[in-house]
Design a protein around this ligand. Sequence first.
Ligand code: ZN
Length: 180
Amino acid sequence: MLTRRQYAEARDRAAAMIRAAGVSLTEREVAEMDVADLGLGHLEVEGSCMVTFFNTQRVGAKVLALFPNQTMPEHWHTAIGSDPGKEETLRVIDGTLYLYVPGEATVKEGRVPPGKDACYTVRHEIVMHPTDQMTLQPGVRHWFQAGPAGAVLFSFSSSANSPLDPFTDPTIVRVTRIVD
Ligand code: ZN
């Protein structure tokens, strides 16, 4: 849950980061930005801001901004009916991103949010800088965290149906509730 004021402040801060990274946004894209606090109530620690450029029946493209050290919690893109689930490519535009995927545990630069050990099960760290990109296959658990200066990244994918994608943390609510 976010207050309208918290929403507006996060949205404007994220828009400035995205524009500073050289990605132009329309006023409408800013106005409709998804500020995802994931129902956890600590946006600065876990959450992200994202603008969807398009999401057709087959392809989607977004830009995401993560505040300094902010974490997008562990999730995966699940199969729905005949759809095998979203294949997603992350490409860093600005800042540093720590991406975590299955494999040998190598967490070094980033850190699991305090008290959330059980919600972050994949611990293989990939440090990504601008122009680095990584493709994640459907069903592969992943999470990512911005470095100390924040991060801006593109997400290109097969069509996104994110409200249905599971997170490891059972307390997460994907659709942000905004209150006055
Ligand atoms: Zn993902």
